[in-house]
Design a protein around this ligand. Sequence first.
Ligand code: 9D3
Length: 262
Amino acid sequence: MAKHPRPLRVNILTIFPELLETSFSYSILKRARTKGLFEPHLVNIRDFSRDRRRTVDDKPYGGGSGMVMKIEPVARALASVRRKGGTGKVFLLAPSGRVFNQELAQALAREDRFTLICGRYEGVDQRVEDKLCAGAISIGDYVLTGGEPAAAVVVDAVVRLLPGVLGAEDSATMDSFSDGLLDYPHYTRPPRYKTWRVPELLLSGDHGRLKNWRREKQLARTWRYRPDLLKNACLSPDDLGQLEKIKGWSSRKSRKDGRMQS
Ligand code: 9D3
């Protein structure tokens, strides 16, 4: 851990700051704040509306259903952040953005600050993304009611990567995921719950067989749930042999279960 870790400052523009406050107040994120490693700064976009009703949305040009978030309150909220030390890179959270992943989380963890804008309604005036942002970020192919849960996801993934946030144990664990495969299954006591047993091999203390078993489970899970990951995974000749066996098992199983033609 660095001697003088500088906190990561994350500014979040939203019309529901309370919704995000709680997501930074538990567990590892709470500890990161206490340790001075993470400083969230929530900005209520509505505070930057100038009419009596604190309006932040309006009807879309060209018609259509739903409302669009206006640019002025967002631009003024950003300007206020700029006056108080700067925004860093600014991202709009939107379903049409670049899909968030671990690589982007790592890049953001290297910044000293960044700013997220949470959209609401059917969308945000496009000039916000085009003129005020470095880009737009989506967290995946499903429809949320707004950008706030997405901001909570981005912040969670980034903050746990900051030096000093996780213990040395966890950091070592992270290395074992860098091969691009899914994790192996985990078990703890008791060895038998009702009739459900922990795999015998895990109780045996045979480290050689344990290592092979875990690797095989990683490969089998990845093949089953995320075959797309195998294209970029770091695989040894042994892994490739193992994988061919797994594929054989799963195609025979599929025929047996009637999920395949032949
Ligand atoms: C049919 C048009 N809809 C786009 C899929 C409109 C729309 C739905 C939901 C526009 C905005 C939203 C609110 N979603 C977000 O603000 C959002 C989001 C998401 O819905 N999915 C994944 N990532 C994100 S980041 C922000």
